[in-house]
Design a binder for this molecule. Structure first.
Ligand code: RIB
Ligand code: CA
Length: 298
């Protein structure tokens, strides 16, 4: 059972939105959500964090994170997530009371010990570790969606989150924090067909409504359509998979080692290290948990 408060760093993003829904539905104690530029530009990812925090009743503190990677220009993925990052879905407008990224180290000190889950580029975490290295003592575990060993999704054999900010992930990987990497090699085993989406969330592709279940299923179907258009086998909910890997590590198999990250963010696994890299998953158990998220009283 996980009982530490959790900080989620995210770049919503259709699969990030599903991940935040899963975190709420499975009662993760989300203390703070931090926005980061990634899938779409920082103004949209931040708006999506603010609106999703309210719409999903996460009721977490919100911090506005980076609009640019530590180095380079970064890139976005509107072709996957839509112009606004959540498949064009318009959420009820929430008031933006976000603090700035400088507050993240105060948050970690206030919480004393917290688990961190990152669903976007590692820019914010790297920034805080550089500016306030002492906060390492407050991070109990760090679960990172990112990287890809046999699979890539951007040029130069890289994965999006690592490729957006290679310097940031390099900084985080050598921080000696208890890190679990959830790479594409695992998340691509959880792709969802249209039929599975309907089975999980109970909505046909064109019969959604404005409830949380209806909106999240609409976002999942959007992810399905753009994933298929990119010749993927179904909806890819990378970030929801990372949240489930945090909650149910027993469903996943991993190896310990180290990771070399090249200038494009491409990763090479090296044995002999303390970083846990997941490589396999009990797909049926994960699907059961996803379905459970849609059958609780939202
Ligand atoms: O490569 C997939 C990752 O990049 C996911 O987190 C997706 O949301 C994007 O951020
Ligand atoms: Ca993401």
């Amino acid at each position: 059972m996980k009982n530490l408060p959790v900080i989620i760093d995210t770049d919503p993003g259709t699969d990030d939105a599903v991940a935040l829904f899963v975190a709420k539905a499975l009662n993760i104690n989300v203390d703070t959500v931090v926005s980061v530029c990634g899938n779409v530009n920082g103004s949209y990812t931040h708006k999506n964090v603010v609106d999703l925090n309210s719409f999903l009743s996460l009721n977490a503190n919100v911090l506005k994170g980076a609009d640019q990677p530590l180095s380079g220009n970064g890139f976005t993925a509107e072709e996957v997530h839509g112009e606004n990052g959540i498949g064009g879905v318009i959420l009820p407008l929430a008031k933006d009371n976000a603090g700035n990224i400088e507050e993240l180290h105060h948050t970690l000190k206030r919480l004393k010990r917290a688990d961190v889950i990152t669903l976007g580029p590692l820019t914010n975490i790297a920034y805080i570790l550089k500016e306030h290295p002492e906060v390492k003592a407050n991070i109990n575990s760090l679960t990172i969606m990112g990287g890809g060993f046999e699979i890539s999704n951007i040029p130069n054999n890289a994965e999006f989150n690592f490729g957006c900010d290679p310097e940031a992930i390099r900084t985080v990987l050598c921080s000696d924090i208890d890190i679990t990497i959830v790479p594409l090699d695992v998340t691509h085993k959880i792709y969802l067909s249209k039929e599975e989406i309907k089975d999980i969330c109970g909505f046909e592709i064109d019969k959604t409504d404005s409830s949380v279940y209806g909106v999240i299923s609409e976002i999942m179907y959007y992810n399905y359509k753009t994933s298929i258009a990119k010749n993927d086998k179904g909806a890819l909910i990378h970030d929801a998979t990372a949240v489930l890997a945090y909650l149910f590590p027993e469903y996943f198999e991993g190896v310990y080692g180290d990771i070399f990250v090249d200038e494009f963010g491409a990763t090479t696994f090296k044995s002999d290290g303390n970083i846990k890299v997941l490589f396999d998953v009990e797909r049926d158990l994960v699907m059961e948990k996803l379905k459970k998220c849609f059958t609780k009283g939202y």
